[in-house]
Design a protein. Structure first.
Length: 323
């Protein structure tokens, strides 16, 4: 099952057509949010038009997760794309097919570290920056009738100016890779070293995916927090990062009974006039359910949420890895 965990933790590991630039210039918050809002986007191919029309009609897409959707062109492209996603920092692409977490909802707001910490970068005390995230499910099941594995990927801009171009810091968290029967995405606790879970029917597919992922990163089951701890760091200061992060929605938020997790987020952000997620870190435990060993250091305050073509088919979170 370790190989399955390695296979499924690589959120958005496989990319489509790359952007034209060869070096990462950084991005502004508004630039990336415009991509999510599909501003000035014109679909070119028949496939892009077909997918884009689903969103334009106000429907929720249901992208598949199976051998055909992942290995329709063999594993050569997967190996190449897996290497690219851990080596390139682009915040979006002309086209990006998220094959492991294909269905998601994007959120935006502010990252705020409001407690004293011993860490650097945007884990340091009083760090505030603009934030874009994507909440998703592993594989293809999106409704509460099925087992779901929830993911929360984050992109931090080290500025409060939405037009300022900056290098972003990314992190990745998941609760249980193969899913649980949790009925509300707002009750999920996600970490950067998630549990595997068990689903026998996915064992063979998971092993095949793992072989491709391991060509890019020998340990993709753990996502370090290096990018965030290095973000806007004093060049004369040594980087210090927590080992684990846990992201949890505030327990005081009003929950709703929307079956699809995307509608749950869209409804909740309206009913609560925003969403607050708690940022906890630990150097002692990776257990998402542990009641000790975690320290609260801040919060993510979300004010916008959107299901869109740009969110599912263009947005990219560069994967940090152990050096």
């Amino acid at each position: 099952m370790k190989m399955v965990m390695i296979a499924l933790v690589g959120i958005n590991m496989f990319l489509g057509a790359a952007v034209q630039a060869q070096t990462y210039p950084g991005s502004s918050f508004n630039e990336v949010w415009d991509v999510i809002e599909n501003k000035n986007f014109i679909p070119k191919t028949d496939l892009e038009k077909k997918e884009f029309n689903i969103y334009q009609q106000g429907k929720l897409p249901q992208y598949p997760f199976n051998a055909q959707s992942i290995f329709s062109h063999g594993d050569t492209e997967l190996k190449r794309d897996a290497k690219r996603t851990v080596n390139e920092r682009f915040d979006y692409y002309d086209r990006l097919a998220k094959k492991l977490h294909p269905n998601g909802v994007c959120v935006a707001g502010e990252w705020n570290i409001n407690r004293q910490t011993p860490y650097t970068g945007y884990f340091a005390s009083l760090s505030r920056g603009l934030f874009i995230g994507r909440i998703s499910v592993a594989m293809e099941d999106t409704t509460s009738e099925d087992d779901r594995g929830f993911g929360f990927a984050g992109k931090i801009f080290p500025t409060l100016n939405p037009n300022q171009i900056e290098t972003t810091g990314n992190f990745f968290t998941v609760d249980v890779l193969l899913g649980t029967n949790l009925k509300h995405v707002l009750n999920a606790r996600t970490t950067n070293q998630p549990e595997t879970g068990f689903k026998l029917g996915l064992l063979s597919l998971g092993l095949k995916i793992a072989a491709a992922l391991k060509t890019a990163d020998e340990n993709p089951s753990f996502r370090p927090l290096t990018q965030v701890a290095n973000l806007d760091i004093d060049p004369n200061k040594a980087m210090k990062q927590p080992k684990w992060i846990r992201i949890t929605a505030d327990s005081k938020l009003k929950r709703n009974n929307q079956s699809d997790f995307r509608n749950e987020i869209l409804t909740a952000i309206n009913e609560n006039h925003g969403l607050k997620y708690i940022i906890e870190v630990s150097d002692l435990t990776s257990d998402r359910n542990a009641t000790t060993g975690w320290t609260t250091i801040g919060e993510i305050n979300l004010s916008q949420a959107l299901v869109s073509y740009g969110c599912d088919r263009r947005l990219h979170f560069a994967h940090p890895k152990l050096k």
